[in-house]
Design a protein around this ligand. Structure first.
Ligand code: HEM
Length: 454
């Protein structure tokens, strides 16, 4: 929801020293922004490491350089908050980890951190493999599937069981539809020339309300079940329900609800898209797939994969890392300056919006030679060491770095290993158009055929 102090209502001064993408009078780059945000970022990347485009009267600074991104996200982190664009997600996420600021964010991050520690995650491995096998059981030779849909269903089931110890497969379509509606409503709000309060009864606001109602019904039910159980079941929800601060105060149901909703949104859709893009690239790169099959046969010899196997599956990890480079589900991340701040050679005034073009940075030829080629070998340890770490940021960086990155990588590796060892699936398209919703997904899904089922 835009507020009176938001940059949408009272935009900061334009910084003329930052080179600009050419735009129309009054509209600026609004039309390109609405039609193809990825192309607009690409245009900005051609203009310079930091370039300015204009959404109506609001200047946006697109950062396409790893050093400058590091400056924004890490070195000068204290001079920024999350960008106003996310405020459209507030009705859905409330004050969850993704959207909260300051002390609330710090406190909740501390509360949630132990739930994502590598040691605790190891226990989730079994569920990840089990749910992948359940998905695999619905496939048969010759079946046509939409891999995008399959991955969403599977990661939602994994999120449900590992985070909330609940079987949400029955609710998958409600939750999936609810999240999709919420994201579409948010995009409609961001790209609308008409910025109005959320209380106005516009169709996009009504769509968000319907989405929230659908999702609330599922999430509050999970909370009620968790409260009734009143013990640590090893999942994130029971940890949240039992957590107490120094004064012995716990989280209220609405606070827990916000965190649960955040983890559902941030956790399942991103990983599902990462896996879908991985399938897409494996379909186009048979040699990479063959090497993956070889690694799995060699290490597993037909048995089910476990979390302990992961250190011995470097190619599996590299395939996922490389897919995350080319198609980062979180293709950009935004910030708003809370004070005047210098980035590179430019002094940006308070309330300036800065967008880190993660996908653009990952596709720079000076960071990753032949950037559009899918080459998992560049993600193997010996090549990684030779590269500055901050050139690769699929999970962001700094104080707001993804809390679920280890969870996501473990899930993606275990699921991919299970699926590739259990079936041969071939996407039936060789090119797809990326659709930048809140996360980056293939437009229209990823149609595929199951060629072989082990
Ligand atoms: C491949 C999968 C994933 C990708 C690409 C991804 C990417 C990201 C990125 C880029 C951010 C930082 C956003 C920013 O800078 O503002 C982020 C934050 C976050 N992610 Fe993930 N994520 C993934 C999976 C997950 C999973 C599995 C979970 C939870 C189970 C999760 C929960 C979160 C949360 C709660 C935040 C907010 C952290 C904070 O602000 O303190 N993510 N994610």
């Amino acid at each position: 929801m835009a507020t009176a102090t938001s940059p949408f209502f009272s935009p900061p001064q334009i910084v003329p020293s930052v080179p600009a993408v050419r735009g129309l009078p009054f509209l600026g780059n609004m039309l390109e922004f609405r039609k193809d945000r990825l192309a607009l970022h690409d245009l900005a990347a051609e203009v310079g490491p930091i370039a300015r485009f204009q959404i109506l009267h609001v200047p946006v600074y697109s950062v396409n350089d790893a050093d400058l991104a590091h400056e924004v996200l890490v070195e000068k982190d204290a001079s920024f908050k999350k960008s106003a664009g996310l405020s459209f997600l507030m009705p859905l996420l409330g004050e969850g980890l993704l959207t909260s600021e300051g002390e609330v964010h710090k406190k909740h991050r501390k509360l949630l951190a132990p739930a994502f520690a590598p040691k605790r995650l190891a226990a989730y491995g079994e569920v990840m493999v089990e749910e992948t096998r359940r998905q695999l059981a619905t496939w048969h030779r010759g079946k046509h599937v939409d891999l995008s849909h399959e991955m969403m269903e599977m990661t939602l089931a994994i999120a449900g069981r590992t985070m909330f110890d609940a079987d949400v497969r029955g609710d998958a379509s409600t939750v999936g539809t609810g999240l999709e509606m919420a994201m579409r409503s948010m995009l409609a709000s961001i790209t609308s020339p008409l910025q109005v309060p959320y209380s106005w009864p516009l169709p996009r606001h009504q769509q968000m309300r319907r989405a929230v109602k659908m999702l609330d019904a599922v999430v509050y039910r999970m909370i009620a079940d968790g409260r009734a159980a009143n013990r640590d079941k090893g999942d994130v929800l029971s940890m949240l329900l039992l957590a107490r601060d120094e004064e012995g105060t716990g989280l209220t149901d609405p606070q827990v609800r916000d965190e649960v909703m955040t983890l559902l949104l941030a956790g399942h859709e991103t990983t599902a898209n990462a896996l879908t893009w991985t399938w897409y690239e494996l379909g186009r790169n048979p040699a990479a797939l063959a090497r993956l099959e070889e690694e799995l046969t060699h290490v597993l010899g037909g048995r089910a994969v476990t979390a302990e196997d992961l250190p011995n599956l470097p190619w599996t990890a590299a395939v996922i890392d490389e897919a995350l480079r080319l198609h980062p589900p979180a293709y950009q991340t935004g910030r708003e300056a809370t004070c005047d701040v210098t980035i590179g050679a430019h002094r940006l005034p308070e309330r300036s919006i800065v967008v880190i073009n993660i996908r653009g940075i990952h596709r720079r030829a000076d960071y990753f030679p032949a950037p559009l080629a899918f080459r998992p070998e560049r993600m193997l340890a010996e090549h990684k060491k030779a590269r500055p770490r901050h050139h690769y940021l699929p999970f962001g960086a700094g104080s707001r770095v993804c809390i679920g990155s280890h969870f996501a990588l473990m899930e993606a590796q275990l699921s991919l290993a299970t699926m590739v060892a259990g079936a041969r699936v071939r996407p039936t398209v060789t090119t797809v158009v990326p659709e930048p919703l809140v996360t980056l997904r293939p437009k229209g899904g990823l149609p595929a055929i199951v060629e072989l089922k082990v």
